[in-house]
Write a protein that binds this ligand. Structure first.
Ligand SMILES: Nc1ncnc2c1ncn2[C@@H]1O[C@H](COP(=O)(O)OP(=O)(O)OP(=O)(O)O)[C@@H](O)[C@H]1O
Ligand SMILES: [Mg+2]
Length: 348
């Protein structure tokens, strides 16, 4: 039986808008790289995938294009998504006949259409996987945080990723209510770029906006003096220019998006049955995903929503750890996950 288990590999795959992670059964997290492909736009050849492609981000020669094959959690470039999955699974599997994978548990946003769900499944199957188990991201995050998801008592989890924020109330193994917002890490970066352009008449690239968010940003005022020298191109002259950007500016840039996330959580709580809301009030809200690493976002949401809010341990790997737990005990989770009803989407 053990031999059988070793021959047929199973994996968890967190196919995120920003980060691609793989958990190999019996081993743990073996891939954690950006969801990026660098292609030569003259020949259409793939030059690099993941971390290697990101290295090209700073100084991309004109014939290199960087492709982000997922937009807001949804596959927008099927071929490139397939290439990423194939690349990493092949690297793990070697070239033996046993390089096929038995099962893959793959995380997906809660609001995918049947066609979109099928396209994730197809991309994974074409990379050499026999069976695909699709797991909604908040469920994977809840399992990764070891929340008691099978209990009849409800838990609220908000996963703020790169492309989407998934707000869900989970009970008895399924997402009872959920909402997927396109306001997440990438939108934060766009907000910062736009603000810097309007306030300083300076054009900056996405890596700079992201560095500002991570190094200087916060959701509420902070005691530390956070600031960063930012280099970009002057809107009017087109010449290089440098300015100092401080925490209050980045905070202002992010306010609208943060408000949008907190308002959406409020609407979900207002629309939920009172017994579920009672459970959430008692246990608080759990934040996962890379966006929850923004300084003071937990205190901001707690203040806005008036519910205790905490960030889970290691929020960037919470989903893949959940998929890992599933893949280590497939029979158990297959039953739990197949019993789950499709959540009712809420239209705001
Ligand atoms: N310290 C930090 N402060 C603020 N944001 C951060 C920090 N570290 C990472 N992030 C942001 O987290 C986001 C990536 O998070 P995550 O890996 O959870 O997303 P994803 O799973 O790829 O996307 P999605 O789930 O939306 O498809 C990026 O936008 C990144 O800028
Ligand atoms: Mg994610």
């Amino acid at each position: 039986m053990k031999l059988f288990k070793n021959l047929y590999k199973s994996v968890g795959i967190d196919l995120g808008t920003t980060n691609f992670l793989v958990y190999l059964r019996g081993r743990g997290i073996v891939v954690d790289e950006p969801t990026l492909v660098a292609i030569n736009n003259r020949t259409n050849q793939i030059l690099a995938i993941g971390e290697e492609a990101k290295k090209m981000l700073d100084r991309t020669p004109s014939h290199v294009t960087l492709v982000k094959p997922l937009i807001n959690g949804v596959i927008s470039d099927f071929e490139m998504t397939q290439e990423i999955i194939r690349h990493f699974l092949r690297k793990l599997g070697g070239s033996s006949v046993f390089s096929r994978y038995q099962t893959a548990a793959v995380s997906i946003p809660t609001n995918l259409t049947e066609v979109e769900r099928k396209s994730v499944e197809d991309a994974v199957v074409s990379a050499g996987v026999s069976k695909v188990l699709l797991v909604e991201e908040p469920i994977a995050a809840a399992i990764g945080t070891r929340l008691p998801i099978e209990d009849p008592s409800a838990n609220m989890i908000v996963d703020i990723g790169g492309g989407t924020s998934e707000i869900s109330i989970i009970s008895v193994g399924g997402a009872v209510i959920s909402k997927s917002l396109q306001t997440a890490g990438q939108k934060f970066n766009d907000d910062i770029s736009r603000f810097i352009k309007n306030e300083y008449k300076l054009l900056i690239g996405e890596p700079t906006a992201e560095a500002l968010k991570i190094n200087v940003g916060s959701a509420l005022p902070v005691e530390e003096k956070l600031e960063m020298n930012v280099r970009g191109r002057d809107v009017a002259t087109g010449l290089p220019k440098e300015v100092v950007v401080r925490n209050p500016q980045v905070r202002t840039a992010l306010q609208k998006s943060l408000k949008n996330i907190s308002d959406s959580i409020k609407v979900i709580l207002e629309d939920s049955p009172p017994e579920l809301v009672g459970d959430v009030l008692e246990k608080g809200i759990y934040l996962s995903g890379g966006g929850s690493l923004l300084r003071e976002i937990d205190r901001y949401l707690a203040r806005e929503i008036q519910v205790e809010t905490r960030v889970v341990d290691d929020p960037l790997t919470c989903v893949i750890r959940g998929l890992g737990i599933i893949i280590e005990d497939i029979p158990r989770y297959e039953t739990i996950l197949s019993n789950q009803e499709r959540p009712k989407p809420i239209n705001l």
